[in-house]
Each structure stands twice: as C-alpha cells, then as structure tokens.
Design a protein around this ligand. Structure first.
Ligand code: HEM
Length: 418
C-alpha cells in the first residue's frame, strides 16, 4: 500500500481540531474544503478523519468503492428506534429492504401523489399564510409532516397529531445528534434516567405507527407490514423521520430565501399552471445553499483507494454537501441564490445527479425519497408564489448544524395575497 496520504491542517493541541469542529463545524469544514481540493486529513486527537470534497473523491466513497464502506460511527444499527430501518441497516438486510420499497418511490408512483401533495400544500398555506406573519420553520415542519402522513401513511392528519409527532421527532433527533457528537455513548438499555426524553418520545412514535402496521392501507405500509414484528416499526419510523425532518427544513430555507428575493417569486408566479421547471430550479438552489443533510459519514471496512490516495481499513470519511456545494470551482458565485444556474433551455440541468450536487447523497444509498421530496417542494414553491407575495422581516438566519441543517431565528416572514 502506497504511503501517500491527503494533506490537511495541523494543530498543536492534543485533541487537534475536534473542539473547533464541535464549536463551528460548518466554518471549519468549509475553510478546509477550499484550501485542500479533493481530499483533506483532519487531525481529531488520536484519530484522523478524511474529508472528501471533490467529485472524484466523493464518487469513490459513495459509489465506486461502495462495498469497501459502511456508514460512519454516529449511524448505529443498535439504535432501538430505527437501527434496523433502511437508513442504518447494512448488507443483505439493507439490500432486501431497498429492493422491496423502491416501487413505492418510482416515477409513476410519485406522479400519483402529486394531487394529494398539492392539496396539503394549499390547505397548509391557506392556514398559515393568512396570518399577519408566518414562521417559515413552523410552516415547513407542519407541511412536511402533513404530506408524509397523508401520502405514505394514509391518514387525514389533524393538527394535534402533527404537533405530537413533530415534537417527538425533534426530541429523538436531538438525542441522535448529541450521541453522534459524543465520544462516549452509554448503552441504550441503561436506566431511563440517562435517556429519558428519548425513550418517552420513542414510545410516542411507536404507539403511533404500530396500529397502522396492523391494518396497512398504503403501498408503503403494506410492504413494511410484512417485515418481522421486531423490525417493522423501526422500518416505518425511518420513513416517517427521514421523510419529514429533511423536507421540513428544506421548505423553511426555501421560503425564507424567497422572501428575500421578490424577483424570483414573480418569476415562479409567471410559470404556466402545471409547469414546475423554474420552481424545481428554486428548490435545487435552496438545497445547494442549505442542504438539510450537511454531513455524511462512512467507515472503510477494507483498505481503499479514494481519488489517488490509499487509505487503510478503519479510516473514517466525511462527505459534506455543505462544503462541496460552496466550492467556487463547481458553483461560481457560490454564496449567491441563483436558481437560473440549474436551467438548461427549458429543462433542469443533468448535473443535478452528479457528484457535485450532494443534497440527496449518491451511489446505491442515495436518498430513495429524492423525487418525492423534489415534487413536494416544487409544488409548495409553485402554489405559494402563485397566490402570495412574500417579504422578510428579519436578518437572514444562520444555519444550525444538528442532525439536519436548520435555520436559527429570522424565520418570521410576511405574506400578502395577490
Ligand atoms: C429534502 C429532503 C431530503 C433530503 C435532503 C434527503 C437527504 C438524504 C441523504 C443525503 C441520504 C443519504 C444518507 C447517506 O448516504 O448516508 C438520504 C437517505 C435516505 N432518505 Fe432522504 N432526504 C430527503 C427526503 C426524504 C424523503 C421524503 C424520504 C422518504 C419518504 C427519505 C428517505 C430516506 C431513506 C429511507 C434513506 C436511506 C436510504 C439508504 O440508506 O438506502 N428521504 N436522504
């Protein structure tokens, strides 16, 4: 094995850049990504982490050598809520789960959801946007849950259910984030005093999903109901959580960006009824600037070559959509919100699926909900811009890098009917 290793910043402290990473990971990773094209080594005390930023390095990790990797340390199969679900499972179990659910997310299946999604968007927008001011964060989470529940879980969701599931999801996500950052992870089975809020919220989520699996009434639930009893709730909750947390944050960012760009709102509003190309460009640009999944992690399970570097089994890798999306070499004027960059004549550029755009990951573990999320977000953008003008009231929020990238503060906007 060659000795060639990626370069990277150094540190004179025993814990290396770990404290800096914990304090402000976005700034640190972005700085490192700009300075070291393709790959960088990050000294984290006794460990070295490799940050893959260039498209070749990212493709090597996520696709070319996919069998040399497992998900990284924060992604635990022993997680009692979703560990056996498709986001965290590995090997044959993952392959079987992925094969089983893919028909639910096929192009035609998503098309069939369009009307239901548009209905939820209109009901939700009417409810929130008629008020004097709108919190884009609350609206985004509400709508994403309403859409997930009505399409994938076959319910006509009531406000009480949406807020109960939304709060429980936030609690468990906070717990996952805290655990992923911790060097020591107490066993889940320890007394509830250690993990109290997590267990309580998990109970709420399980109690919600179990009866639905007893009487499945959507294609997704019908498939998941066939899984063994000890697994099926974990599989269903994976879709509930992965399906709405990310999309809710994406919607909040998108609406906030629109409120700062009235010219974009106007252009969307002029798109012909039923046309969604420009709306989708708006969504892609929002996902580029504020990718809800801002960090992916992988562990090499055998020696591996990434770009032209040779790295040993056990090496830890990070792929950061946040960093790659802000490289000027890939996205000129990377800090600016320019939906037009995604347009190619009357269509969306094919670069959406290359390894420079990573909002949905890449390779065989790429997000299966991508088309669903894009449909939901584009329909929301189109319907909102056609009926409302938006204005911001506060300075633009800064991103908070938790399990997902959420906006902190600054989400109050004004909506006025056309
Ligand atoms: C804007 C919205 C969304 C974003 C940004 C997003 C992002 C991602 C990313 C980056 C991954 C790959 C993680 C990795 O490789 O480690 C992923 C995986 C996944 N996503 Fe999404 N997602 C979104 C919406 C959805 C929706 C709507 C669903 C389902 C209803 C969903 C279900 C999943 C599942 C089940 C996986 C695991 C796939 C596997 O490991 O094979 N996601 N998502």
């Amino acid at each position: 094995m060659s000795l060639e290793r990626p370069h990277g910043p150094t540190s004179r402290w025993p814990w290396g850049l770990l404290p800096t990473f914990h304090r402000d990971p976005l700034t640190l990773l972005e700085r490192v990504g700009r300075r070291y094209p393709s790959m960088a080594a990050l000294p984290f005390g006794p460990w070295t982490l490799y940050l893959a930023t260039g498209d070749k390095a990212v493709a090597d990790v996520l696709r070319t050598h996919k069998d040399h990797f497992r998900k990284g340390p924060g992604m635990e199969a022993k997680n009692p809520l979703i560990g056996q679900g498709m986001l965290l499972s590995e090997g044959d179990l993952w392959r079987e789960q992925r094969r089983a659910i893919m028909p639910v997310f096929s192009h035609n299946a998503i098309k069939a959801y369009h009307a239901a999604i548009a209905h939820e968007v209109n009901v939700g927008a009417q409810k929130f946007f008629s008020a004097a001011s709108v919190d884009a964060g609350v609206f985004g989470r509400y709508l994403a849950l309403a859409v997930t529940l009505s399409t994938l879980f076959g319910l006509s969701p009531k406000d009480e259910l949406i807020s109960r599931l939304g709060e429980s999801t936030s609690q468990v996500m906070e717990h996952f984030h805290h655990r992923a950052r911790s060097l020591y992870r107490p066993p889940y089975a320890w007394p509830k005093a250690f993990n109290g809020a997590f267990h309580q919220s998990s109970d709420v989520l399980r109690a919600f999903v179990e009866p639905l699996l007893d009487r499945p009434n959507t294609p997704l639930l019908e498939i998941l109901a066939q899984s063994p009893p000890d697994r099926r709730a974990q599989e269903a909750l994976t879709f509930l959580i992965a399906g709405h947390e990310t999309t809710g944050n994406a919607l909040a960012w998108t609406i906030r960006l629109l409120a700062d760009h009235p010219e974009v709102v106007e252009r969307v509003s002029q798109e012909a009824e039923g046309g969604l190309v420009y709306s989708e460009a708006v969504v892609l640009e929002s996902l580029r600037l504020f990718p809800p999944v801002w960090l992916l992690s992988r562990t090499a399970i055998q020696n591996v070559e990434v770009d032209h570097y040779h790295l040993a089994a056990g090496s830890q890798f990070l792929v950061s959509p946040w960093v790659t999306h802000r490289l000027e070499s890939y996205y000129p004027e990377a800090e600016s919100f320019l939906p037009e960059r995604w347009l190619d004549g009357g269509e969306i550029k094919r670069t959406r699926t290359d390894y420079r755009f990573l909002a949905f990951g890449g390779g065989p573990r790429r997000c299966p909900g991508e088309e669903f999320a894009l449909a939901e977000l584009s329909l929301a953008v189109a319907n909102i811009c056609r009926r409302w003008r938006l204005r911001s009231r506060e300075p633009f929020p800064s991103p908070t890098p938790g399990m997902t990238l959420s906006p902190r503060g600054g989400l109050e906007i004004l909506a006025c009917p056309r």
